[in-house]
Design a protein. Structure first.
Length: 69
């Protein structure tokens, strides 16, 4: 019996490295991966609204905790 819902893997977006993020995105689609971000940090916020980030995650399925398996 599962008592808590949690992701299969957890990563921090900082420091922001394109190749690191690309590796995270390329994990098997069967895994739920959480990417921790702090939008109050100006560098992270700028990256989150950048065209590069939006393009990288455009094909990634996004869910919330209610929909975790």
């Amino acid at each position: 019996m599962q008592r808590y819902k949690c992701t299969d893997m957890f990563f921090d977006i900082s420091p922001i490295h394109f190749m690191q993020l690309q590796k995270v995105i390329n994990f098997p689609k069967s895994l739920n991966v959480e990417l921790m971000v702090h939008p109050e940090r100006s560098e992270e916020y700028s990256y989150l609204i950048s065209d590069e980030y939006i393009k990288i995650i455009s094909d990634v399925k996004k869910i919330n905790y209610v929909n975790l398996h």
